[in-house]
Each structure stands twice: as structure tokens, then as C-alpha cells.
Design a protein around this ligand. Sequence first.
Ligand SMILES: [Zn+2]
Ligand SMILES: [Zn+2]
Length: 185
Amino acid sequence: MSSRPEHSILISPIGELSTELIEEIRREIKRIFGFSIEITPILEDLTFALDADRHQYHSTLILEQLAARMPPKAKKVLAIAQVDLFIPILTHVFGEAQLGGSACIVSTFRLNEGHSGMVVPKKYMDRIIKEAIHELGHTFNLRHCPDHTCIMHYCRNEQDVDRKSDQLCRYCKIMLEDEIKRLGV
Ligand SMILES: [Zn+2]
Ligand SMILES: [Zn+2]
């Protein structure tokens, strides 16, 4: 896929994250989406989204803040967080996205099974990358895909994430190309 230098996807790390992880995510996003990638934190403090009873962070509120803070050049923003995320109808989420919108987030919290440290084992790295691409896919209007191997397949747990590939299926790839054309970038 050709590069689209005038439009970028912004990666916004929240808190101290492994630079190796961020670099891997950058590379894989470039591979799938073809945009130039910028890495700039645009949101640091998540206390506004903390639910005191659940001790978790409401991801929908975080997405609203991210979208509001996006620099004009950026087409999409992907935040990478380390806190436990939720939406009210679910016990937790790996991430969330604005479908066909501009913001998405993925959290390492569940995907790394509580592992902390600046060196991220490959198994966790692969999961986090897959879910980052998955959430970003939603911002390009991709829906959940019935193909178990497709990166847009919905995963209930970490094992489901491990089972799927790091690729879009042929159908989702065409949908992504159409959406990028429609955006006129
Ligand atoms: Zn999804
Ligand atoms: Zn698919």
C-alpha cells in the first residue's frame, strides 16, 4: 500500500510504555493502513474517566477527549493505555473505537495478564498489536468479521486473540481500501 504523507495516524501513548512496543505498533499500523504515523501523547491524565466504584476507566469518555484534542493533520488517533478499561454493559474491554470516527484506544492491562515492565514478551506484544489494529480498523468503518482468522474478528478473551492472525481477511481488506478512497486521502 502506498504512503499518504499528508495525512497521518497519531499514536498517543498514555503513561510510561515500552518504546519497543510502541515501535512495533507503529510498524504494524503502517503495514496495514499505509498512513504516515506520528507518536505524540495528547492525553495524560485519565482521572476524569475513572469510575470510583469499579476501579476502572470508562473508555467511551476517553475517546471523546482524544477526538477533541486531535491535531488537524491527523486523520485518526490510537491511544495506548495501561489501565483497566470498561464500558457500562461489559465487565471490561481490551479497547474501544468510534465506528467510522476518529478515535480509538487499546489497553495492555488484560492482554498482558498483569505483566509489568519495560520488556514486553512477544506473546503479549502480538496480542496488543492485533487489538490495536482491530480498534483502528473500526475507525475506518470496519465491523466485526465472522472469519475467525481475520483481525476484525471479535475476541471474548485472550485465547481468542492468540488464535486469530495479524491480517485482514480479503473481504475486510477491500472494505478498508474502499473506505480510504471514500475519505479522499
Ligand atoms: Zn471490535
Ligand atoms: Zn474480515
